[in-house]
Design a protein around this ligand. Structure first.
Ligand SMILES: Cc1cc2nc3c(=O)[nH]c(=O)nc-3n(C[C@H](O)[C@H](O)[C@H](O)COP(=O)(O)OP(=O)(O)OC[C@H]3O[C@@H](n4cnc5c(N)ncnc54)[C@H](O)[C@@H]3O)c2cc1C
Length: 510
């Protein structure tokens, strides 16, 4: 029987972290799995690219909760990849540095103690507010049993029975604990990690993300693609398959159940169960609009995605630019959470800056990656173009000119922070929302999938189960985004097939 004729227990569409983790979890239970990925490289946002012998991450710059005993560390141990990861822990006293237009900087230290100590030093009269912020994060995280590797069904304290926890506005909360404008901005200064926005961002998103980074922040040496490679190796060891260049476009049904999916090339893959790791809208497109309730489709149509981004990648001349073992969040205005809806004339108003770490990382950085919010509308005129390694295409001269203009604006902004930067630059590369749209398959290149809005939290709720009895979803849209969030999403998906209590115990014992 060939790969295509075989009926798999699980056919998984998309090799993002959610798809790959689901595949390993199921394969560890003895299920036969196949992962179908449209791209030339596996991993979704874990993909990297190489220029001038430098490796650049496209969508994962640092990962939290990786200290010994923390949730992601334990899950990765259970998946059998933790010991093989090569990574570098960011600085204890400062893993994130918040940089304001007047040149002043504020450090976020790792662990609640260091985080508080750093802030107390800068804001000695604001201890109460700083403590209240940390206490709230801990309190909120306790409402997410799975995040703490506890079974959701056996926990009385959870967000399902206390949904009001989800509707707390992060900005309102921070304003309620301190009137110090600068402290407000410092507490929420790493907002590019979750596209923090005054009007919409719920406090639970801030809590789940920041808490995880306080529990062990690491850079992946030579890029995050190692995670996808290790998971793929594991899938293959367990008898499963991960296939690239498989752009799934439709599904066939026997009565109410899917029995096979079909790729653009016309190949068919048969399964008992199907898991989609694509954006929920894409899932509906692939599996057929008529198979989903109209109300669900309308809800998806009303949903907003998070903003997209422009990425600048600099390769440096040897030994010219110091390696920074921390990330920098730099703003051109004090109102850090008014930068998602940015003023085009002032762009870029907010930057995430990091120097990727390499194996044997020394004193100097060989590259820099910089992210700035960019709305899809800025590149809409080229939306008919498509360009990936798997399906190469041209976007035209005007697009290249657009990119050059934007690159220069970001470099000029960076020079305000690093006046000698230009002397270190060897080459400049960049990507736009179109790059994310084409590689990840979202309609607008969204940074972190569906927008979570505290004003209407139910609107963004995506379930693992779908109306099609044997079709499930996984990935960043289920619980929250990021490597930790999408990994937890995979657990949620797999609890439909594996007893949750037993699996959590196995993870804890790993
Ligand atoms: C610029 C950027 C920076 C980020 N920085 C960080 C960070 O520092 N730390 C962190 O933890 N997180 C970060 N994130 C978020 C994190 O990368 C994502 O939340 C996470 O990787 C999403 O995983 P996922 O499982 O949802 O799948 P995705 O990564 O979204 O992958 C989906 C996969 O499905 C495939 N696919 C889509 N359609 C089809 C089809 N029709 N057929 C076959 N395959 C298909 C896609 O090609 C893709 O491989 C960042 C994201 C971005 C974009």
């Amino acid at each position: 029987m060939t790969v295509k004729q075989k009926e798999y227990d699980f056919v998984i569409i998309g090799s993002g972290i959610g798809g790959l983790v689901s595949a390993v979890l199921l394969a560890l239970e003895g299920k036969s799995v196949i992962v179908l990925e449209k791209n030339h490289q596996i991993g979704g946002s874990l993909q990297v690219f190489s220029r001038d012998k430098r490796i650049f991450d496209t969508g994962v710059h640092y990962i939290g909760s990786l200290d010994e005993g923390e949730n992601l560390n334990k899950i990765f141990k259970y998946l059998g990849i933790m010991d093989d990861l090569s990574m570098k822990r960011l600085d204890d006293d400062c893993f994130d540095l918040i940089y304001f237009p007047d040149g002043s900087t504020y450090s976020h230290g790792q662990g609640y103690e260091k985080f508080k100590e750093g802030l107390y030093a800068n804001f000695p009269d604001e201890k109460t507010g700083i403590d209240a912020f940390c206490d709230k994060m801990v309190e909120i995280c306790d409402f997410f049993p799975l995040y703490n590797l506890e079974d959701e069904d056996s926990s009385t304290k959870n967000y399902v029975s206390n949904p009001e926890i989800l509707s707390i506005s992060a900005w309102d909360f921070v304003e309620s604990i301190t009137s110090d404008k600068r402290l407000q901005s410092v507490l929420l200064g790493s907002g590019l990690l979750y596209a923090g926005d005054r009007k919409t961002t719920p406090m639970y998103v801030v809590a789940l993300i920041m808490n995880s980074y306080l529990k062990g922040s690491y850079r992946m040496l030579n890029g995050g693609s190692q995670i996808a490679k290790l998971l793929t190796k594991k899938i293959h060891q367990l008898g499963g398959l991960v296939l690239k260049h498989q752009d799934v476009e439709s599904a066939s049904y026997s009565d109410k159940n899917v029995y096979c999916v079909r790729t653009k090339a016309g190949d068919e893959f048969f399964g008992k169960h199907f898991i989609s790791n694509t954006h929920p809208k894409k899932t509906v497109e692939i599996f057929g609009k008529d198979r989903f309730r109209a109300a669900y489709r309308h809800r998806l149509d009303k949903l907003s995605n998070t903003v997209s981004s422009f990425m600048l990648y600099l390769s440096f001349e040897k030994d010219t630019f110091p390696y920074m073992n921390y990330n920098m969040y730099a703003y051109t205005k004090d109102e850090v959470w008014d930068t998602v809806d940015y003023n085009k004339e002032e762009w870029p108003e907010a930057l995430f800056i990091c120097t990727p770490a390499t194996k044997g990382q020394g004193e100097f950085a060989d590259s820099m990656s910089v992210m700035a919010y960019m709305d899809y509308s800025e590149v809409e005129e080229w939306s008919e173009t498509f360009n990936t390694v798997a399906m190469a295409g041209e976007r035209g001269e005007s697009y290249e000119e657009f990119k050059l203009r934007k690159e220069e604006l970001v470099i000029k902004r960076l020079e305000k922070i690093f006046p000698d930067l230009r002397k270190s630059i060897r080459s400049v590369y960049s990507s736009t929302p179109l790059t994310y749209k084409d590689y990840i398959g979202t309609e607008d290149g969204a940074l972190y999938g569906i927008l979570k809005d505290h004003n209407n939290i139910m609107l963004s709720k995506i379930n693992a189960r779908t109306r099609v009895p044997n079709l499930y979803q996984t990935g960043q849209n289920l619980v929250f985004h990021g490597i930790l969030g999408a990994t937890i999403g995979a657990l949620v998906t797999c609890f439909n097939f594996i007893d949750s209590k037993e699996l959590i115990e196995k993870i804890k014992d790993a």
